[in-house]
Each structure stands twice: as structure tokens, then as C-alpha cells.
Design a binder for this molecule. Structure first.
Ligand code: BG6
Length: 464
């Protein structure tokens, strides 16, 4: 089952979207694909086969995107879409799909935009009817795409990986963590490895602590049922935060290639331990739809982690994520140790900040002399690289990930071993917090008030 990713430009590609009538397809996939059409080098090369259970025609189906897709793009984009009625839990429907796909015999991207609870059953059906096998043209590729969460714990993630790997090889499997499609995260590779100045300081001799914050100003919206099963730990920490952390702290990969990058990321994930936690819940969460009135689910979590390797030993990593906090912000702060001279009254930490969203950039706080002809005093200043000042508009993460998938580039996708290593850590934290009562916090606040003490007791403070 060799994946022929290099010949992609000569191919006709069909993107087969399972769950095309669902939320993910509506809000993210179709708008991103339609954006790609504007300047996309493959635009005449691919078609979309939208699968859904509703009995409707292609034109009924495309009408539902009128609110999300620009008017000027619609006609051309809609001409690329075919709606195909299919209950992918029924093998006979997938057999019909196979007959349809054999007719065009293109390269195929099987995109599972379906609830994760259906993954295994649908993948088994796909494998049983042979949708994972190329049609007569053996130069065509077949890839499968799925979105996090990959399993609910180590056991179920292993089982999912086993099912996937029984019909697909690892280089055909594209596990999406959309954070890896964000430009500022991809920029961490070049920041670290194209600029030698920081890489030499990237260790416990120079770094005091690391902080990763993913704060959201919205609640769980209509996802009560889903969120009750996940909480902040599984919804955001297990995937987005651990992926950012592994990119930030991994050793230099041998080459800028997926197999070396994923290996180094996994080396970090395997060495992570945790020692402290705050579990919080916003006031009003228990009244949300599909949430139990006695729910112990965390909508906020703060964690103290450590990477047990020689580079990072004794560098605490503080994590904070939650819903209904003061603002929408994702940031990584690398806090450097203070210098050991006493020349100036002020002797602060240098902080390097990766701004992931809403601002995209990198900032470095430094101490600088306050201009004066009388005194010599220093004050904090901020050096800032703002993406938009240099490069203008940045594409959305889904556009990037779709292109990667079409081109067979897996750098921004997670491998089975990374997923399993992250679950080993997350399962331990889950067991630890399972029966703990969450600390309540007000909507729009910074989180539970205990968060200050969380760092103060280590003689540190949150970088705001
Ligand atoms: C998703 C989570 O994976 O990421 C959501 O399920 C969360 O709960 C979202 O809101 C955050 O993504 P972003 O890109 O808006 O930070």
C-alpha cells in the first residue's frame, strides 16, 4: 500500500467527505476548500463527493453553504461538488459508493468529518468494502483524514490506531490537530532551528519556566454532551497544548522531515510528568444543555508539568486553559533566568512570547536604559515581530492542512505513537482529578482565584 505522494500534480483527486451535512463540514471544511479555489494550483484537479444520509439533491445540498461561501465563488465551487446519499454505517451503502468511485478511479482523500464515536465502525466498513484499496490505476493515492479526539484514553486510542493500521499504512493516515496548521506554531520550527541564537539557550541553564495559555471567552455553546465526556483536559490539553509543547521543546530533528520531527516530538511526550493541578468550572456550567446538574467536569485546568530529560530537568511548565475566561488568547511564554549581576536596580526576566492568536507574532521583553541625561535606570521594553507587518494576510489552518493532505506532507499531522504517549500522561491526570470537585470561577474572569497561588508557591508569577 505505497502512497504515491510525489506524483500529485498529475492526478485527479476526489475529496470524499463523510458527514458532509455536519457542523465541521459546514463551518470549517467547505469554506476552507472554497477559499482554496481562489488561487489554488490544483483547482481543476479535484472534485468533492459529499456524503450524507439525507435524501437530497446536489443543488439542495450546496444551497446550505450560501451563508458561508462568497457569492462570486459559489457557481464555480458548487460545480465541483456532488452529493451522494450514503449511510456510512451501512456496508451496502459503502459498496454503492465504491462502485461510484471506481467509475472515476481518481486519487482519494477520505475525510471523516463525523463524530469520533463512529470512527472505528466507519473505518472497519471502509476497509471491508475495499475503499482503502486503489482502483485499477495503482499510481493513485488513498488517504484518510480524521480529527481529534483520537480515542478517549490510551486503551481506546490504541484500538483506533489498530483499526486504522489494519487497512492503511501510517503514511496514508492524516490525524488533524488544527493547531499544527496555525502559522505561528509552524513558525516555531524556523524560529528555533533557522536562528542559532536562541537554540543555544533552549535548556535548563537559561530557561526558568515555560507557560502555555489557551484561554477562550466562549463557553461550551451547544456541545454539552460532547464536553461532559471530555472537559478541558481532553478537549484542549491532550491535543493542542501537548502538540505545541512538543514542537517548542523537542530536540533538533535530523532533517526537516516528518519522520524525524514526529520522532523528536514523541520523545518529549514520553518524558512528560505532572505534579500539580487546579480543576475549575465556570459558574453556570451545570445549567447548560446536556450537562449533568452534579457535573464534576472541568471547564478550566491549570497544570504543572516537567519534561524528564537532561535538557529540561527542573524547568516547570505551567499550562492554563479554560472556557468563559476574560479573553480569547493563545500564547506561549518562555521565561529566561535572571542574570546574576547587581549592576542595575531592576533585574527582570527576559520573556520570549509566541503569540498564536488573536495576534500572530513573537515578542521579546528586555530591559533597556530609560533615556535620561541624569540617571541610569532600566525599564521593560518589548521587541515585537508582527506577522502582518511583513507578510500580510495569513491563511486559515484548515486551508494549510488540506493542502498538506493533498500533497502528502505529514509534518503537521500526528503519528500513532505521539497520540498514545500523550494519552499515557492524560490518563494519569484524569485519574488524579476524576473525583475532585472543581473550583468555581466567574465567567469573564481569569479563572479560579487559586491560580495565583499555583505559581506564587514556586516563587513565580503568570506572565500576563
Ligand atoms: C477545539 C475544541 O479543538 O478547539 C474547542 O474542541 C475549542 O472546544 C477549539 O474551542 C479552539 O480552537 P481555536 O482555533 O479557536 O483556538
Amino acid at each position: 500500500m505505497k502512497d504515491n505522494c510525489n506524483k500529485v500534480l498529475n492526478k485527479n483527486i476526489e475529496i470524499i467527505i463523510f458527514g458532509a451535512t455536519g457542523d465541521l463540514a459546514h463551518k470549517k471544511l467547505f469554506p476552507s476548500i472554497s477559499n482554496l479555489f481562489k488561487d489554488f494550483k490544483y483547482k481543476d484537479k479535484f472534485n468533492i463527493l459529499a456524503l450524507g444520509r439525507n435524501e437530497e439533491t446536489t443543488s439542495d445540498f450546496t444551497q446550505r453553504f450560501n451563508d458561508t461561501i462568497d457569492k462570486e465563488n459559489r457557481e464555480q465551487f458548487y460545480s465541483k461538488i456532488e452529493y451522494f446519499v450514503c449511510d456510512f454505517l451501512k456496508k451496502e451503502d459503502l459498496e454503492k459508493l465504491k462502485i461510484r468511485l471506481d467509475k472515476t478511479c481518481s486519487s482519494k482523500i477520505l475525510y471523516l468529518a463525523i463524530p469520533p464515536s463512529l470512527y472505528e465502525a466507519v473505518i472497519l466498513n471502509i476497509e471491508e468494502v475495499g475503499l482503502n484499496k486503489p482502483c485499477s490505476n495503482h499510481n493513485n493515492f488513498i488517504r484518510i483524514v480524521l480529527e481529534k479526539p483520537f480515542g478517549e484514553n490510551l486503551k481506546t486510542s490504541k484500538s483506533l490506531n489498530k483499526t486504522l493500521l489494519s487497512g492503511f499504512s501510517e503514511n496514508q493516515i492524516f490525524r488533524i490537530d488544527h493547531y499544527l496548521g496555525k502559522e505561528p506554531i509552524q513558525n516555531i520550527f524556523s524560529f528555533r532551528f533557522a536562528n542559532n541564537i536562541f537554540e543555544n539557550l533552549w535548556n535548563n541553564n537559561y530557561i526558568d519556566n515555560i507557560q502555555i495559555k489557551v484561554s477562550e471567552d466562549i463557553g461550551i455553546e451547544t456541545r454539552g454532551f460532547f464536553y461532559e465526556q471530555t472537559g478541558a483536559l481532553v478537549d484542549v490539553f491532550q491535543n493542542h497544548i501537548l502538540q505545541m509543547l512538543s514542537v517548542l521543546t523537542m530536540d533538533t530533528p535530523y532533517l526537516f522531515e516528518e519522520k524525524y520531527i514526529r520522532k523528536e516530538k514523541n520523545n518529549i511526550l514520553k518524558k512528560l510528568t505532572f505534579s500539580d493541578v487546579i480543576k475549575g468550572q465556570y459558574i453556570g456550567y451545570k445549567e447548560e444543555n446536556n450537562v449533568s446538574p452534579d457535573s464534576l467536569t472541568e471547564t478550566y485546568i491549570a497544570l504543572k508539568l516537567e519534561i524528564k530529560n537532561s535538557r529540561w530537568r527542573n524547568v516547570p511548565i505551567y499550562i492554563e486553559t479554560g472556557k468563559f475566561l476574560k479573553e480569547k488568547k493563545t500564547e506561549i511564554s518562555v521565561v529566561f533566568k535572571k542574570g546574576n549581576n547587581n549592576l542595575f536596580k531592576k533585574n527582570g526576566h527576559n520573556v520570549l512570547k509566541f503569540l498564536i492568536q488573536p495576534a500572530l507574532g513573537i515578542g521579546l521583553t528586555m530591559l533597556a536604559k530609560i533615556p535620561s541625561i541624569y540617571d541610569y535606570e532600566v525599564s521593560n521594553i518589548n521587541m515585537l515581530y508582527n506577522f502582518s507587518d511583513y507578510f500580510g494576510e495569513v491563511k486559515s489552518e484548515y486551508e494549510k492542512l488540506l493542502i498538506d493532505c493533498i500533497e502528502g506532507n505529514q509534518i503537521n499531522f500526528t503519528r500513532s505513537d505521539e497520540i498514545e504517549s500523550s494519552w499515557i500522561l492524560v490518563d494519569k491526570i484524569k485519574t488524579d482529578i476524576k473525583n475532585k470537585k472543581p473550583i468555581l470561577y466567574k465567567k469573564g474572569s481569569l479563572g479560579p482565584t487559586e491560580r495565583d497561588m499555583f505559581l506564587k508557591k514556586d516563587n513565580r508569577y503568570w506572565i500576563s
